[in-house]
Design a protein around this ligand. Structure first.
Ligand code: FNR
Length: 363
């Protein structure tokens, strides 16, 4: 019998109640210093109440300069862990698996929120110095900011910061740690020849450019308990066919190395490294074939994300063995109860649990 969307999935000793994951989505809603607020608790808690198997936080910065905006979540001190603990606890109580995306924004850090324009912020505007593998800044339309090329100490401190962030996340009650190595942020910047001009051991060939993400994955795995899963999110392609860039072949080569470093699932996204990217299409399932390709290349599980909005579509991904998790982003903003509604639509109402408080809604 093939699995479907409502079958549970065991990864190590962690059992996910179904195959739907809430994709990490920045909320730009910290009042100060990366501390979670009641917004995070209600927002993520609602999606857990809505039946998803895994509820993942937004990109959570492992050091202050790794935030995209001043209002992003952080996990660089014990206070951050304390602020996130009630969020993880509520998600767990609702039967979902709480997950955290550990992140560093690299040269794409220090901007304001989308509703303020996503403009780069200089140090005199509440921003900060950004760091990256090379000194090239992200080519914003509004003009260039400065980025400092990381030295050996910076690199070592980033590996340590991911590990320390993971330890705090574990203490806060999270069950899954995801390393964010996609979308043009720091770890992806190391992977891509577009953004990595280093001639030391963290640059140059495939081995050099992939070293940091392999080290970070291993460092997170080292502190994350053996019975709990580690995920890594990758951009499968830079979408820059006219220049030397990170490609699907590279991703397929990296995936098994990440599995060796301790990753249990590769969450397959794409793009984000450069504004010249040409994404061939962005409709339904637009990144699924990349997840399939990665799945063929590694024994690790794969998650598909991007343009998954319909229950039948999500269910078909699992039934046809195209991915192990259906990762749903924007549809979860439209409908926090996506999974409960999907069960209704697919005739699987008896395989999900409405909160007892809401049972009258099912009669
Ligand atoms: C995102 N996305 C995203 N991705 C990520 O890895 N970390 C993040 O913090 C964010 N933040 C974020 C905020 C918002 C408001 C959106 C809409 C998206 C990308 C997201 O996780 C997902 O990969 C894409 O939205 C594609 O999936 P959907 O939306 O088509 O299901």
């Amino acid at each position: 019998m093939t699995d479907d969307l409502f079958d549970s999935l065991s990864i190590r000793e962690t059992e996910l109640r179904n195959r739907v994951m809430v994709s990490p989505m920045c909320q730009y809603s910290c009042d100060r210093d990366g501390l979670a607020t009641d917004w995070h608790e209600v927002h993520l808690g609602s999606r857990a109440t809505g039946g998803a198997g895994v509820v993942m936080t937004e990109a959570t910065a492992v050091e202050p300069r790794g935030r995209i905006t001043p209002n992003d979540l952080g996990i660089w001190s014990d206070d951050h862990g304390d602020a996130l603990a009630p969020v993880a606890d509520f998600i767990s109580k609702r039967g979902a698996t709480p997950a955290i995306q550990l992140a560093h924004a690299g040269r794409k850090a220090s901007k304001n929120s989308p509703w303020e324009g996503s403009d780069p912020l200089g140090p005199d505007e509440g921003g900060w110095e950004t760091v990256a593998p090379s000194a090239d800044p992200y080519p914003y339309e509004e003009g260039e900011t400065e980025t400092r090329k990381m030295d050996d100490d910076d690199i070592e401190s980033v590996v340590d910061a991911f590990a320390a962030g993971a330890e705090r996340a574990l203490d806060a009650g999270f069950e899954i740690a995801e390393v964010h190595a996609a979308h043009g942020y720091l770890l992806h910047e190391f992977l891509s020849p577009v953004t990595n001009d280093r001639d030391d051991e963290y640059g140059g060939d495939f081995e050099g450019r992939t070293r940091l993400v392999r080290e970070v994955t291993a460092a997170v795995r080292e502190v994350w308990p053996d019975d709990k899963p580690v995920f890594v999110r990758l951009s499968a392609s830079d979408w820059l066919p006219d220049r030397e860039s990170w490609t699907l072949d590279d991703t397929a080569e990296l995936a098994p190395l990440l599995a060796e470093a301790g990753a249990d699932l590769v969450d397959v996204s794409s793009g984000g490294i450069h504004p010249d990217q040409q994404i061939p299409q962005t409709g339904p399932n637009y990144q699924v074939r990349y997840a399939e390709r990665v799945g063929e290349a590694t024994d690790a599980l794969v998650g598909a994300v991007g343009g998954i909005t319909e229950p039948k579509q999500a269910d078909a991904l699992i039934r046809n063995d195209r991915a192990d998790l259906a990762i749903v982003g924007r549809e979860h903003l439209r409908d926090p109860y996506f999974t409960l509604h999907a069960a209704e639509e697919l005739g699987a109402g008896d395989r999900v649990e409405w909160p007892v408080q809401y049972r009258r809604a099912t009669q």
